[in-house]
Design a protein around this ligand. Structure first.
Ligand code: DAK
Length: 257
């Protein structure tokens, strides 16, 4: 697949997706959202891919937001349509994917950029990263799920502060607030993501998919997460990966998934 705004490469079971518009600080325009949709959909179908690492090109930005130059001319309908379409095409796709994703936040993650990182299953950041939802400074609100996902990650009070002040958090603050799991130097960022991916790769992809579905169910309106967990738990017992995992334990060897 040829992409103009992203890079996508598979290596040893990891799909590396890099948003590659460094001159615009990797701002998310419509074309980039479409390409990310394609790359993630391809990775999701490829059973060799066990983890996705998402990052930004160059050291300055992960993604500095939705492309302001593009959305500046939108009217009410265009804004609403694109918010819905963008959420389905990219943010919901990532969050509900059965392949776990790690956002390696290597610089500014603002607005749609932080929303993209928040749609990933795991977030890590380099010590130069800055994170925020500055939308209200532009006269809009977060439109790619930010009002919902930020509040569920850091709590309502902190989300309200971040959104209404339009302020930025350093990586250390973001870790204290529970927005990212780990902070490291810029050089260590991808190796750290790979270390996490390696741990993920040792485990059953079937069980990981069911665990992601169950965790997400608890954050979905009108869905009883405990019921989803019970049913997903039960369905593990009918799988070859469950047989392999338990047999390997009893045979005192490592499971091969
Ligand atoms: N969009 C477009 N271009 C951007 C950009 C962005 N978000 N961020 C940076 N750039 C471009 C700059 O315009 C500049 O391009 P040239 O002028 O050189 O052509 C280039 O990247 C380098 O940026 P700066 O010269 O500004 O670099 P600095 O180091 O001085 O400043 C900065 C870095 C990150 C503090 C600054 O660039 C900045 O404040 N950027 C904007 C941050 C921001 O407000 N992001 C947008 C948040 S709002 C929607 C759904 C969701 C959204 C919108 C619509 N619909 C469904 C319709 C979400 C909105 C947002 O994300």
């Amino acid at each position: 697949m040829i992409y103009n705004n992203i890079l996508s490469e598979n290596k040893e079971g990891i799909c590396y997706i890099t948003i590659n518009r460094p001159k615009q600080l990797n701002a998310l325009n419509g074309a980039t959202i479409n390409e990310l949709n394609q790359a993630i959909s391809v990775a999701e179908k490829d059973t060799d891919v066990r983890c996705i690492i998402l990052t930004g090109a160059d050291a300055k930005a992960f993604v500095a937001g939705a492309d302001i130059k593009e959305f500046a001319a939108f009217d009410k309908n265009a804004g609403e349509n694109l918010a819905r379409k963008g959420q389905e095409l990219l943010f919901d796709l990532l969050e509900n994917a059965s392949t776990p994703s790690i956002a390696a936040i290597n610089g500014f993650a603002l607005g749609g950029g932080l929303e993209l990182a928040m749609a990933c299953h795991i977030r890590i950041a380099s010590d130069n990263a800055k994170m925020g939802l500055p939308e209200v400074s532009l006269g809009v609100i977060p439109g790619y799920g930010g009002t919902q996902r930020l509040a569920s990650l850091v709590g309502k009070g902190k989300a309200m502060e971040m959104i209404t002040t339009a302020g930025m958090l350093s990586s250390t603050q973001a870790m204290e607030w529970g927005l990212v799991n780990h902070v490291c130097s810029q050089e260590e960022l991808i190796p750290l993501a790979e270390k996490l991916a390696l741990k993920i790769k040792r485990n059953s992809p079937m069980a990981i998919a069911k665990a992601i579905k169950s965790v997400n169910a608890g954050f979905t309106d009108g869905v009883n997460g405990f019921e989803v967990e019970i049913s997903e738990f039960g369905s593990c017992f009918e799988t070859l990966e469950f047989i392999e995992g338990t047999t390997a334990f009893m045979e005192k060897r490592k499971a091969k998934f």
